[in-house]
Design a protein around this ligand. Sequence first.
Ligand code: NAP
Length: 569
Amino acid sequence: MVTSPAPDTRDAIVVGAGFAGLYAVHVLRDDLGLDVLAFDAAGDVGGTWYWNRYPGARVDIESVHYSYSFDDDLQQEWHWSERFCAQPEILRYLEHVAERFDLRRSIRFRTRITSLTWDDAASLWTATTATGEAHRARYVISGAGTLSVPKKPEFPGIEDFAGEVYSTGHWPHEEVSFAGKRVGIVGVGSSGIQAISEIAKTAGHLTVLQRTPNYATPIGNHPTDPAQEAAEKAGYAAIRAASRNHFLGVPYSDAQPSALAVTPEERRRVFDDRWDRGGFRLFIDSFGDILFDRAANDTVAGYIRDRIHERVDDPAVADLLAPEGYPYGTKRPPLETDYYEAYNRPTVSLVDVRANPIDAVTPRGVRLADGTEHEFDILVLATGFDACTGPLLAMGVTGRDGLRLADHWADGPRTYLGLMASGFPNLFMITGPQSPSVLYNMPLAIEDHIDFTADALRHLRATGRDVVEPTAEAEDEWVAHTEELARATLLPDSPTSWYMGRNVPGKPRRVLVYLGGAPAYRARCDEVVARGYEGFRLSAGSDHPADDTADDTADHTADRTADRAVAQA
Ligand code: NAP
């Protein structure tokens, strides 16, 4: 590693102290021996799980899978109390990880990075904080997240609302009481659906303002079964390997090729089985063509509509809740517990704000386009996030030759492998746009990206270089590849999906995720490394880019594989 040219200059800055930031600090500081400082706007570790503490917040990939795999002692010793744990327990886990690996001493909390600027002459990034402090570093590893910048409220008058306003993505630490209150909630995505199921239990009256109904299916949560836990811990290495070889990063293996190749009776049997087993099994472990073939998708969409009608007493309410006109899975499928039953309570009502949109928030409540006013004491916004690109753009990134990331991405994200962008050397975007990220089990996606980054830094060090950046050609090809993959799916058919940037007014309508699945993605990353960091330019300081020699590439890949084998043994 090149010697730091100034005392305030470090080897690496890490942004964020969630799953990504914590693991990045651990690997860079403790494995690579780098001088690392991390920043997080929050008061403590947790990232997503620090901010999203709304009632009902819960993971929807089984906790035994949605957890770090890098340390076998950790995964053996940690006990999850439920199949799908709630936010407080996941936060406790991340606090435990921070404690166990002594990570907090390398993190500055309550510190937001507001600009990141590349100095080409020095080959350094300068990070400026909201309070005006500057920090310099050779490398920046962004663990700023994918769903961490809440969408701005689109309702005029919201600042004049006389009651309380809460956003699911930025929930207060103090308990919010809904007892006896008139509560309005906007949004029926994963956050809204989890919150509605919980708030409905205590609110005086809950009014759900729904624009696009969602295909929610049962999560199937239950307390951890000790025998199952023992079996999983005994077989953790195989479970992690199977997860990494699955599209979604979970060890499911029961998908049949096509919903159209079986009889209606067999199809129904499979749907019932996956519905009962919960999690993402209906979506990802029933039939392989659901996300690719509209006729296949229609079979499962019809099935879910029927199940909604079975659960909701009032047929008119069930009609409003049952999605029509867009394919299942093209908006991220929410998982639920007793969500549809909430609408059978006399204290819950559903208002269709697609036919009659929200016009404004008034001091008393929400006024709709036809002039109807709904009065509330509490208004909850579960209106989603500026996904994938939002967290990176919010950091005000300026790269080589004054190139702003906002300009580079004016027509949508442009990355190579969803990890780096051309013109932005040494900036690693963990689970960045056009990587599998949100379509992969996040902790594993994060570990894969940080391991790739750490290997790249080792390789630079071993070859006497310290700058890595994708070529424009490699980036062009990756962008074209991710878009081609998306066109082969039904995703472009969803009118409002955040996967396609369609939830934020004015945001470019481009696919934000890599749809080839985690195994194909990882194979491509391994190939890139094996070919001497194909598509990347590696250089020393501000020298002209040098050709990579790939001399020790194989050694580093072997090291990483060995490290993981040890961790999982
Ligand atoms: P979301 O899926 O984007 O849902 C936002 C909701 O707000 C949608 O129903 C949307 O309606 C509605 N909305 C937005 N603007 C509106 C407006 N102006 N008027 C009326 N309705 C409006 O956001 P989210 O629920 O926060 O979830 C985002 C992602 O976070 C999820 O997809 C998931 O990946 C992750 N998440 C995961 C979990 C978990 O269980 N692990 C829990 C929560 C969130 P339209 O559809 O019509 O735009």
